[in-house]
Design a protein around this ligand. Structure first.
Ligand code: FA5
Length: 343
């Protein structure tokens, strides 16, 4: 069998090499097909060799050359197929990358961004738990109060000097001065006594308002929890015992309490309630005392039959003490990084 003439074989080899180089560089199916067509198409080098077949006189030589041309075409096609599958896989991988959804923000929102209750809410709920454990019921009253409940029924008639103990915010409503933003939770004592028949064991948490400049221990809007006990034969010892039990339950066994003589128009005798921290320092948390007979009478109870004690603690100050927060204003900075420190 005659071999392909060397010059023809060289032309075929160089045409195939050119085609393979183009195919190798192609990055999409279109470019691959273009490279194939350039080599095998009608005007391509392989077609030119093929066209010369008729001029080969020897039959065997013609056959051999025809076979060589077919082999050259097959090599180009094979290379094209191989390259096509590589390009296809790359395109698929690229489309997956392009379609990828960034879920990282979603993950952040569902885990790290889970909310926590505000320190004051946490403290209020804990206080309620402690007092419910001691046998108290929970009551609430309005934040916008009448002068009667906020002052008068609490033994502070109009122009009583003790009214100036609270820097009052008035509601602009006629008759002027008759409606206030409650300055303390003590008016809820009156409402509870008016509604519930004694014996009464109640705590009344809520928001209160005073015209005050914020500083490390004061806010113009803050929270108190009022306590009221009305029963027969209630003494100051009951008050002191309740406050000590509460101190240990809320702050822990390493804290103790003391009562310092003080003055409130609605209690007699009255006291200030301080707690002693484990480091020996004292901090004032609230006022307390035996319910004044005039207050019992104003709420419709007979002071000869009933006696009681009351207290009012600052919840924000308690939360501050319990968590060692330096400045009460930090609790209202609305900075999540602050709140997240407390679970
Ligand atoms: C009263 O408001 C009385 N009603 C308490 C009371 C109730 C006495 C029942 C007797 C019987 P006082 O103004 O001292 O008292 O406030 C009580 C507590 O609220 C304070 O000890 C303090 O812990 C807290 N407090 C007062 N003013 C502020 C303020 N501006 N910001 C944060 N906490 C405050």
């Amino acid at each position: 069998m005659n071999a392909t003439p060397p010059d023809k074989q060289a032309a075929l080899d160089s045409a195939v090499a050119d085609a393979l180089a183009l195919i190798d560089q192609a990055t999409d199916a279109q470019a691959i097909r273009a490279a194939v067509n350039a080599a095998t198409g009608k005007k391509g080098p392989l077609a030119a060799v093929k066209a010369g077949l008729g001029k080969v006189p020897d039959l065997d030589a013609r056959k051999a050359l025809g076979q060589a041309v077919n082999e050259a075409i097959a090599r180009v096609e094979q290379a094209a197929h191989g390259r096509e599958s590589v390009v296809k896989r790359a395109a698929f991988a690229g489309s997956i990358e392009a379609d990828r959804e960034d879920m990282s923000e979603l993950a952040l929102r569902t885990s790290a961004r889970r909310g926590r209750m505000h320190l004051v809410t946490q403290a209020t709920e804990r206080l309620e738990d402690v007092f419910v454990g001691l046998g108290f019921r929970i009551a609430e009253g309005p934040e916008v109060e009448t002068d009667f409940h906020n002052f008068e029924a609490l033994n502070m008639p109009p122009s009583h000097p003790a009214r100036s103990m609270w820097d009052t915010l008035f509601v602009d409503q006629d008759p002027q001065g008759s409606v206030v933003l409650r300055t303390h939770t003590s008016p809820v004592q009156i409402r509870v006594m008016q509604e519930w028949p004694p014996p009464i064991y109640a705590v009344m948490p809520g928001r209160v308002f005073r015209k005050e400049t914020p500083d490390a221990t004061h806010m113009p809007v803050f929270h108190q929890i009022e306590g009221l006990v009305v029963d027969r034969n209630i003494t100051f010892a009951d008050l002191a015992g309740t406050i000590e039990s509460f101190t240990k339950a809320f702050f822990g066994e390493s804290f103790t309490s003391r009562l310092r003589p003080s003055y409130f128009p609605f209690t007699e005798p009255s006291a200030e309630f301080d707690i002693r921290r484990p480091d020996g320092s004292w901090i004032e948390l609230g006022g307390c005392g035996m319910v004044h007979p005039r207050v019992l009478a104003a709420a419709g109870l007979d002071p000869e039959e009933w006696s009681g004690f009351a207290f009012g603690f600052g919840i924000d100050r308690m939360a501050k003490e319990r968590h060692g927060v330096e400045d009460i204003r930090e609790m209202y900075s609305n900075d999540v990084r602050f709140t997240e420190q407390f679970s």
